[in-house]
Design a protein around this ligand. Structure first.
Ligand SMILES: [Zn+2]
Length: 86
């Protein structure tokens, strides 16, 4: 995962709540006659260069890069609160 700001390219309202979708591979042995699973291994994480990210506001799923690029296009600007007391 990249240490960069995200911005959902779909709803364009979420920069903070996301889910990382990971792909796992699980080894298993199957009986050739009746199809029953005889052995099941531990799930192994498949490292991907481009992980899938889900927006937890609109549930949109896309490559991490799309979220990073959207944040670069529309960066979060620091909002300065004008003080009434001077
Ligand atoms: Zn969204």
């Amino acid at each position: 995962m990249q240490e960069k700001p995200y911005f959902c390219p779909n709803c364009r309202s979420n920069r903070v709540k996301f889910a990382l979708l990971e792909t796992t591979s699980t080894f298993f042995m199957k009986d050739a006659i009746n199809g029953s699973v005889s052995e099941m291994g531990e799930p192994q994480l498949i490292e991907e260069a481009d992980p899938q990210v889900q927006c937890m506001v609109c549930r949109f799923v896309g490559n991490e890069l799309r979220f990073v690029k959207q944040a670069e296009r529309e960066p979060r600007t620091e909002t300065t609160v004008a003080s009434a007391y001077r």
